[in-house]
Design a protein around this ligand. Sequence first.
Ligand code: CA
Length: 249
Amino acid sequence: MLRDLISALYSGRRLWLKKAMAQEKILVVEDESDLREILKSNLAKEGYSVLTAKDGEAGLKLARSEAPDAIVLDLMLPGMDGLQVCRLLKRDTLTAGIPVLMATAKAEDVDVVTGLEVGADDYIVKPFSVRVLVARLRNALRRREGVGGVEGGVIKIRDLTIDSERHEVLLKGKPLDLTFTEFRVLSLLAGYPGRVFTRDQIVTSIHGESYPVTDRAVDVQIVGLRRKLGPRGESIETVRGVGYRFRDD
Ligand code: CA
């Protein structure tokens, strides 16, 4: 009996150790070999287990066989480009849930908008520091673990409370008088702090697909929201050429 107990304790400890030591696996898809190696060694230093692929086809294969926890995906790849890779990843149930962080050469590229709309979780502009990349990865991994989101709950960010069931927003304990649409926009953005949403994604989340709303209409909602939030409205950031995000701080 004692032996059973010791054995149980031992296996429990082993399990705990395994859990504590479980490394998150990151797949880096990047065609420039220097950058690929830099990312690999730096992410490894941060404690991640790193897989690399030099083109989209190899990246897709690894994503399916290795089930990484997140993917850093270069947009400009030879052959199949990053957008196409992202589209295929998100279409496949095996890989659809893996957060994708796109790496792009230009900030205001229309590709960023397209990338977010085909399911990328975030993007980072080249050249970027490893520190920033790691911060973005941590955000993406955290979101994947279900932090944030508006389903059935209450979002609390410092002095702001959004109760999706009661359809109520409190700022410093005082209720705000928001329209239905403003409430939905705020819930979406604040539910995923740090994540950029394109105007199309905002419209879709409010009204469903193919609802005829212009980009301008989204901007008008944001203006109204910011006004009602007062100084706290600064948390809603305009990401030029892309959309909006709720600041993650
Ligand atoms: Ca490239």
